[in-house]
Design a protein around this ligand. Structure first.
Ligand SMILES: *Cc1c(COP(=O)(O)O)cnc(C)c1O
Length: 814
């Protein structure tokens, strides 16, 4: 894309304020963190319910971005850049993409439905890429923002597009139709996902069908309910397994790990095999098959390619590597668009400054090789990658284009040489096309820990943060508690995400937690709840801010402050209003005031207190009395000291139950991690952590035999037993054993047999079809941490923070 600002103004009907109307744009961005942003980027300041792109304009200008589409010009930047002012920046982005799309007239496949969109898209890409230069949505970019960004990736060399469209509300599809303008439609499975946004199934179907208003053909599973809503003018190409009127009739025969599909189409009758046997994969594969038939592929090619379909991994995962490295694992795809996304993710997640990229040959860009690798090189340079390891014959021949490049013809050659290459103190992005089998590289570089992992969904954290933000007045500040390693969910990674979301403060319990965040490059202010006197020096050195809760602590801090000749060092005054844990009591306030009046060494940045019963409406009166006392004591401090600090008293359940006491800031904790003690509110939150393991061994025991220590489980009948490598040393309570708790395997409950051991537990899988190596869910969507806590007579906080550090954390973004 190359367009001048002058050309773009009329397209999005903008008012131009700036100096350089002939500036040339070659890319579009909505992500302030992207290092790909440059002086030729057009940045759209998107405004969501809890997100405002305008807040990032200052740092973007500082980083050299010059062109912005905005709803208004933030005051201080008038004259500093080119601003295109529009009524709604999202509309403008969509219109821009729609107009851009109209310049191309090759076939475009548009996919919608409730399930399977991304898999169908990825499989079609695989099946058709030998014959086409394909542009497709990266990952599952199918939203109101993701679709325009995907479409803007089209270039002159492409001759087929595959885009997915996802909606959750009425009236969204029209926008996506206008942007994608599909010529071939695919309606995948209509399940029950996102039903809450629609009145009924009919309304949902009608909305989805709006993607297909001007397609030349719609590919679908023949279905009377859907046909009833379909405009009869739309030409369909349908399949069915029970309705002989469909264009293609298919009978599926499943075997232990494959499915044979017997296909009858016109006069043709033939059989293909796909390497899956679950219902969802079969349907997705059939939709792909239909496209091949529509494109007149012959039966041999169809048979050959469909046999090679593969499981699709949609996530970018962050893992710990050996020697202080972080690995970003994107080892299943390699195309230009997804490389851009992965590089942005690398930047947002890097824990070590030094960055290495391991990259395979790139496919399906539509560009000639020389041009493609020049563009890749630009991308790598702008992302400040220190070292590139190029794997594959093609990319190797362009190795001179990359900084510090080591080149290998094949993955095996690289793995053979891996011991001679040092990897330490760096972040490594591993990105390769499927057949390069980069998962072997990941396995080699990954820290060797056992099979149990706690997977953390970073999107869910953002969602939950925004949910609580939406409950606050716009001016209320937000402190997020990341103590105890982010409630067990990861300190640095969570903090990094929170700094992007521009929360105002982080809170930790002890100085060393704050120090490790600061050392990892987190620059948000951090309050330390429980600083020990011995840690005051370190607190000062690392610019942490102590909570002071006693005269003794204040004296100790002032002494050190004096010796270091500090001035106005920020401290936080904690008042005890009824929790009786830490804090100044009413009787000590006068002394506190006298002390503070006489010093300029410190400045009271905030005054806080903590509620003991904000989660329990039985104690409303008690909470209100705490708030009242807080009001009284904090007001007194403010008046007598003539100060205007930030006041805060609410934790998560306080935010929900006592919104009138937001004061100037709130302290969000457990809610961020997806837990509420209110059933309704729980429905609005997304699950963050999933604790997973695998089956180590399976055996069958006879009636009368026992399992585990103390023979505490006795089999009453023949029982199939699986051993899972997770035990109480990993944080699974022993009370969860002996029939109380269960794990989930293949969506079925497997009760725990006998006692939980230190490193293992055994479960009953008599009714479950699974193998050694099968995935096991300990908690997540089911059972939830909340449910476990109730059964165990404890609280979710304890369960989450008990997961031991030997359990590997893997962070991912969808
Ligand atoms: C942990 C903590 C919070 C957060 O509590 P949640 O119930 O997790 O929201 C807030 N304030 C203080 C002082 C805390 O110790």
């Amino acid at each position: 894309m190359t367009l001048s600002i002058r050309n773009i103004i009329p397209i999005i009907k903008a008012q131009f304020v700036g100096t350089n109307e002939i500036a040339i744009i070659d890319s579009v961005s909505i992500d302030s963190r992207s290092l790909q942003n440059s002086d030729s980027t057009l940045f759209f300041a998107i405004v969501g319910p809890n997100h405002d792109g305008h807040l990032y304009i200052a740092e973007l200008i500082e980083n050299g971005v010059l062109n912005f589409v905005v709803n208004y010009i933030p005051k201080e930047f008038d004259g500093k850049a080119n601003f295109l002012i529009v009524e709604n920046t999202l509309d403008a982005l969509q219109t821009f993409a729609a107009v851009y799309r109209s310049n191309f007239d090759f076939p475009i496949i548009g996919i919608t439905g409730s399930n399977g969109k991304t898999i169908i898209k990825e499989w079609l890409n695989f099946l058709l890429s030998p014959d086409y230069n394909i542009i497709r949505s990266p990952k599952s970019y199918n939203s109101q923002v993701g679709v325009p960004l995907s479409v803007l990736g089209i270039n002159e060399k492409h001759n087929l597009g595959i885009f997915e469209a996802g909606i959750s509300l009425k009236n969204e599809m029209e926008h996506l139709q206008r942007i994608i303008q599909p010529t071939i439609g695919i309606l995948s499975n209509i399940g029950s996902a996102h039903d809450e946004g629609f009145h009924d199934v009919g309304e949902k179907i009608k909305e989805k069908l709006k993607l297909f208003t001007s397609v030349e053909v719609l590919i679908m599973n023949k279905n009377k309910t859907i046909e009833a809503f379909l405009n009869p003018k739309i030409n369909t190409f349908s399949w069915s397994s029970d309705d002989g009127k469909a264009d293609v009739f298919i009978i599926a025969k499943e075997t232990s790990d494959k499915t044979e599909l017997k296909i009858t189409y016109k006069k043709l009758c033939f059989t293909i095999t796909i390497p899956f046997n679950d219902q969802a994969s079969i349907e997705n594969a059939i939709h792909c098959l239909m496209v091949l038939l529509y494109f007149n592929y012959n039966q041999e090619v169809i048979q050959e390619r469909m046999l090679l379909l593969f499981p699709v991994e949609m996530r970018l995962k962050v893992k710990n590597g050996s020697n202080n490295t972080t690995i970003i694992d994107d080892s299943y795809s390699s195309d230009f668009q997804s490389l851009k996304i992965a590089l942005d993710f690398l930047e947002s997640q890097k824990q070590y400054k030094k960055k290495t990229l391991i990259l395979s040959d790139i496919f399906q860009s539509g560009l000639v090789l020389e041009e493609l690798y020049s563009k890749v090189s630009q991308l790598i340079v702008s992302n400040k990658i220190h070292r590139v390891i190029a794997i594959g014959e093609t990319i190797s021949s362009f190795k001179n284009k990359f900084p510090n490049c080591l080149a290998f013809d094949s993955t095996q050659k690289f793995i053979d040489a891996i011991d001679t290459i040092s990897f330490e103190n760096e972040t490594i992005l591993i990105k390769g096309a499927r057949h390069f089998h980069f998962e072997e590289i990941v396995a080699t570089l990954e820290e060797k820990t056992h099979e149990t992992v706690l997977e953390i969904n970073l999107n869910a954290i953002s969602h939950n943060l925004n949910f609580f933000k939406s409950k606050l007045k716009p001016e209320t500040k937000l402190m997020v508690m990341v103590k105890a390693f982010g409630y067990g969910n990861g300190g640095f990674e969570v903090a990094k995400l929170l700094s992007h979301h521009k929360v105002d403060y982080l809170g930790v319990a002890f100085a060393d937690e704050g120090i490790s965040l600061k050392n990892a490059g987190i620059d948000l202010p951090i309050m330390v709840l429980n600083p020990e006197n011995t840690s005051f020096s370190a607190i000062i050195q690392h610019q942490l801010e102590p909570e002071i809760y006693s005269i003794k602590g204040l004296n100790a801090f002032l002494k050190i402050a004096e010796s270091k000749k500090l001035q106005h060092f920020p401290i936080h005054i904690k008042l005890d209003t009824g929790m009786h844990r830490l804090g100044f009591e009413e009787e000590t306030i006068d002394e506190l005031i006298t002390k503070l009046k006489g010093t300029k060494l410190v400045e009271v940045k905030s005054i806080l207190s903590h509620l003991a019963t904000s989660d329990d409406m039985k104690f409303v009166d008690f909470t209100l009395s705490q708030i009242k006392l807080f009001e009284k004591l904090s007001s007194k401090l403010m008046e007598e000291l003539q100060i205007n600090p930030i006041r805060h008293i609410l934790n998560t359940s306080g935010i929900s139950n006592f919104p009138q006491a937001q004061y100037d800031m709130v302290r969000l904790g457990i809610g961020l991690y997806g837990i509420s003690n209110d059933d309704d509110e729980q429905k609005s939150l997304q699950n963050v952590g999933t604790l997973k393991s695998i089956i180590s061994q399976i055996r069958t025991i006879d009636e009368g035999e026992s399992v585990g220590y103390g023979r505490r489980f006795m089999a009453a009948k023949t029982t199939k037993v699986a051993t899972i490598p997770i035990g109480y040393a990993d944080g699974i309570s022993r009370h969860w054993g002996n029939g109380v708790g269960y794990v989930v395997i293949k969506n079925k409950k497997a009760p725990i047999l006998g006692s939980v051991c230190m490193d293992m537990l055994m479960v009953d899988i008599t009714e479950i079809d699974c193998k050694e190596g099968s995935e096991v869910i300990i908690f997540g969507e089911n059972p939830t941490v909340n449910f476990m806590a109730k059964q165990l007579g404890t609280i979710p906080y304890e369960i989450m923070t008990s997961i031991s550090q030997r359990v590997k954390r893997v962070f991912y973004r969808e």
